[in-house]
Design a binder for this molecule. Structure first.
Ligand SMILES: [Zn+2]
Length: 243
């Protein structure tokens, strides 16, 4: 029987950390990527909001498509470990023959990639739109897409999570013009994530011990929110938990 993501008293830690099968979740919907046969998953409400946004963008001759939606804990672990071992680039860097410390290696990966269990892609509320290459957003096409999203995405509940660093967002993951979050659903999950945060990692993956000297809580906390949700309870006054 399908189970819900909310448990009595809050948001299930399995949802926060992506340790579930979206096909067993009533809130999730499966759909096919525009660019191939791959099945993607999102929470239904977020997907419907995206489709409305895509339609509105299309009316302005701007083509939006989802590159990445829900990712499980195991998929995020593959992504993390492929970067850790140098199988895949971390940003524009290969860590295959990296001579620095494990801590430095983890910091490079965390410019763009969350450790497994800590990605917002686990939630079914966050999407990457059109490309995950920063250079794409410098092209005329990419600039039009980003400009449209900046003007209109808020109408559909979407907000750019990783904006450029500023006084409001002093740290965390690098700027990502492609990563947009459906805040009516993601904000309460984010809030629960920070409330439930424990510095001691529950999960094991390559390089996990390097995270003991990284303030992961700050990475999770330092995200941009859009004004429509201002005034909700925020956990931002919670102290960092790095020992
Ligand atoms: Zn993303």
């Amino acid at each position: 029987m399908a189970e819900g993501i909310r448990t009595i008293g809050g948001i299930n830690s399995s949802l926060i950390s992506g340790r579930f099968d979206p096909r067993s979740m009533v809130q999730f919907v499966e759909f096919t990527a525009d660019w191939g046969a791959q099945k993607l998953y999102l929470q239904r409400e977020a997907h419907e909001a995206f489709l409305r946004m895509k339609q509105a963008a299309g009316d302005d001759s701007v083509y939006l498509f989802i590159v990445s939606a829900f990712r499980s804990f195991d998929r995020q672990r593959e992504i993390w470990e492929d970067k850790w071992t140098g199988r895949e680039l971390a940003g524009d860097k290969s860590l295959k023959n990296f001579r620095g410390s494990a801590h430095d290696r983890a910091c490079i990966i965390m410019e763009y990639t969350a450790p497994p269990g800590y990605s917002r892609h686990h939630w079914g509320t966050d999407i990457d739109i059109n490309s995950v290459e920063p250079e794409y957003f410098d092209t005329p096409d990419g600039k039009r897409v980003y400009d449209w999203l900046n003007r209109r995405a808020g109408e559909f509940g979407f907000c750019q999570t990783y904006t450029a660093f500023s006084a409001q967002r002093p740290g965390g993951f690098n700027e990502e013009k492609w990563h947009w979050s459906y805040e009516p659903l993601s904000y309460p999950i984010w809030s629960a994530q920070l409330k439930q945060f424990e510095h001691r990692l529950k999960y094991r993956f390559k390089g996990y011990s390097a995270l003991s000297r990284i303030d992961l809580f700050e990475y999770l906390r330092c995200v941009n929110h859009c004004s429509s949700l201002a005034g909700q309870e925020t956990p931002e006054d919670r102290k960092s938990t790095l020992p």
